[in-house]
Design a protein around this ligand. Structure first.
Ligand code: NAP
Length: 240
């Protein structure tokens, strides 16, 4: 397989939601530490999140506009600033909206190994944005002309970064696209003993409307573990 093994690692409420008020409960906060511990137990070479998660948690740069447009003066070739990082964080940001301040995400209570930032963009981003990423020493990979081809993205993550195993940490549309494209291999799921019935929040997988729906994915249960705070850990392999 010329792509990494993909483990979708997520935490949900009992009603299958990945976000919402339940995240502020004592149970969810305690189980979030377990979520981090399980993620670290994989010692992943790479972990991937969507643009919204990155914007909310890690990409706090000044919201400068890039007005230079697309002149193709900067070639649309992948740029790897650090080919030997111990760990990579892969930010899916097709339109180049994220504004960064540095080229790594430092260690914290939720990240045990500093992670070099790799952005997945499309060729439709402004030339100036590419220069901006290069100046910061941030790596970038082209995932398509104006739409992402996740098969190609995974192939590049494997060949350019040497990643054999990747954690996919959502959100819903990213997970849903991977699932729909047959690119999820394993599901690693913590369930918190909470529910809020909020219809405005996202569930574990959401297929973007632009994709043709594939038959429902089916999984084989490999592990069930009772956790503290009345949580459950489930591990599934996807059926091929
Ligand atoms: N409970 C958990 O375990 C958990 C874990 C991670 C995240 N979350 C939650 O999930 C929410 C959002 O997550 P997210 O930003 O990581 O991911 P997301 O909602 O799946 O995607 C957010 C953005 O990423 C880009 N994107 C994702 N998939 C794409 C695709 N297939 N093709 C093109 N663009 C794609 C798009 O950016 P543009 O809009 O710029 O085009 C999209 O709007 C957050 O509220 C976060 O708190 C929960």
């Amino acid at each position: 397989m010329n792509r990494p093994h993909v483990i979708c690692h997520m935490m949900t409420s009992l009603d299958g939601k990945i976000d919402g008020d339940y995240m502020n409960t004592e149970e969810a906060q305690s189980l979030y530490l377990k979520y981090v511990e399980i993620q670290e137990s994989y010692n992943p070479k790479a972990w991937m999140c969507g643009r919204v998660t990155m914007e909310g948690n890690f990409a706090f740069g000044e919201k400068v506009e890039f007005k230079g447009g697309i002149t193709l003066a900067v070639p649309r070739t992948d740029f790897i600033a650090d080919a030997h990082a111990e760990r990579y964080v892969i930010a899916v940001d097709p339109k180049g909206k994220l504004r960064w301040t540095q080229n790594t995400i430092p260690t914290s209570f939720q990240l045990k190994v500093e992670s070099h930032i790799v952005v997945v963009i499309t060729e439709a981003v402004a030339d100036e944005y590419l220069t901006y990423l290069r100046d910061l020493g941030i790596s970038y990979i082209f995932g398509g002309k104006d739409q992402l081809d996740l098969h190609e993205v995974l192939r590049k993550i494997n060949t350019l970064l040497g990643v054999q195993e990747m954690m996919l940490d959502g959100g819903a549309y990213l997970n849903g696209t991977f699932l729909n494209e047959g690119l999820v291999d394993e599901l690693s799921l913590l369930i918190t003993p909470t529910a809020d019935g909020d219809t405005s929040t996202q569930a574990l997988f959401a297929k973007p409307d632009s994709l043709v729906k594939q038959p429902a994915a089916r999984f084989t249960l490999r592990e069930v573990r009772k956790l503290e705070s009345n949580g459950i850990y489930l591990n599934y392999a996807i059926n091929r």
